[in-house]
Design a binder for this molecule. Structure first.
Ligand SMILES: [Zn+2]
Length: 271
């Protein structure tokens, strides 16, 4: 599943080809994505210039002159820039055709992705309005997390994965960050100490930053915006390593299920 690093990698990969270009056409082949894509979007978009390509959480925001497209990759989606008229593959659902002769093409086998048109500030769109701070920006601090966690009994791993608290900390990254921070994933968020929150913030930033630098990660065959694969797996310390020796202390990594998601941790390195 594309996580924040994949979306950020996509943004960096497509931005240069899009900004400053004018939409020449919008070719919608499959409107049945997570939410129905309006065929009238073609008329809305055509002729508008693209001003910027931003990201908020796992949403790509393509700012045009009269509004913004809010694109989500869903469970299996990818967005790539390619020459207009490139052979269409199964699961290619829309092309945003540019006046450069290139297009932004969306492929998504499972069709959980989405594309919405938003007039006005996309930050106020219902999908985005209640999201927590970006993990790689200044809004995420140890003090902020400690304040939000006060009296919360929720496990710290689930707390970190709550998009209303902080966005973009998916299942892999939550396990990895807590390992690096030395914090057990089942501890109550309200019992985490200030110094531990600081280590958690530093670790979240480190694991996400490393993934972005490597061009995004998933455990399947994710492709970057330029068509090259992005992998991170060799850098993982605990994720999907149940029973294997901890890279630091050789204790077997343990597995447990929290909120129907797998969690991995070292019982020796994490307290
Ligand atoms: Zn260990």
């Amino acid at each position: 599943m594309p996580e924040l690093p994949e979306v950020e990698t996509t943004r960096r990969g497509v931005r240069e080809a899009l900004v400053g270009r004018t939409v020449a056409a919008f070719d919608l082949r499959e409107p049945r994505l997570r939410w129905h894509v309006d065929a009238a979007l073609a008329g809305t978009l055509t002729g508008q210039r693209i001003l910027d390509v931003r990201r908020r959480a796992k949403y790509l925001l393509i700012d045009l002159e009269r509004g913004s497209l809010i694109a989500h990759l869903g469970m299996s989606g990818s967005l790539r820039v390619m020459p207009q008229g490139s052979p269409r593959l199964l699961h290619d659902h829309y092309d945003l055709v540019l006046d450069s002769g290139q297009c932004l093409r969306f492929n998504d086998p499972r069709r959980f992705g989405s594309l919405l048109w938003c007039v006005g500030n996309p930050a106020e769109h219902p999908l985005l309005a209640n999201l927590g701070p970006e993990p790689l920006e200044d809004g995420l601090t140890a003090t902020y997390l400690a304040t939000r966690a006060r009296r919360r009994k929720a496990a710290v791993k689930l707390f970190l994965m709550d998009q209303r608290i902080v966005v973009g900390v998916g299942n892999i990254y939550a396990s990895e960050a807590l390992y690096r921070a030395g914090v057990r994933p089942r501890r109550a968020a309200g019992r985490i100490k200030a110094a531990e929150w600081q280590r958690i913030v530093d670790s979240v930033r480190a694991v996400l930053g490393e993934a972005i630098r490597q061009g995004g990660t998933t455990l399947r065959d994710y492709v970057n915006a330029d068509g090259t694969p992005g992998y991170f797996r060799q850098q993982l310390y605990v994720y999907e390593r149940a029973g294997e020796p901890c890279r630091r202390c050789r204790t077997p990594i343990r597995h447990l299920v929290q909120g129907q998601r797998s969690t991995y941790y070292c019982p020796e390195c994490q307290q």
